[in-house]
Ligand binder design. Structure first.
Ligand SMILES: [Zn+2]
Length: 94
């Protein structure tokens, strides 16, 4: 038997444990072209070159990653953070 990958923590329905979406459909802010890209698992991608118009996009101000600005999924480190944040109840240090 495989480990139960369907097990859910409270409040989490989108993500399975240990499973993060690595594909993101990114929309070019210059020409509107959409491309599905595989995201790096341990880092953010700062530049993205549109295969249609060739323009190199950078994240919007305040974003770490082009997928965060223009993709339909956030980059894996952000997804991981959300999973961890939801698993742990907020603990007030006081
Ligand atoms: Zn483009």
């Amino acid at each position: 038997m495989q480990p139960d990958m369907e097990e859910k923590y409270e409040g989490i329905t989108t993500f399975k444990i240990g499973e993060i979406t690595l594909k993101s459909t990114i929309t070019c802010p210059h020409c509107g072209h959409q491309a599905t890209e595989t995201m790096p698992t341990d880092s953010c991608q700062y530049f993205w070159e549109c295969p249609s118009c060739g323009e190199v996009s950078k994240p919007k101000q305040g974003d770490c990653c082009v997928f965060r600005s223009y993709g339909d999924h956030q980059c894996p480190p952000i997804q991981q953070e959300k999973i961890v944040a939801k698993k742990m109840l907020p603990i007030c240090p006081s």
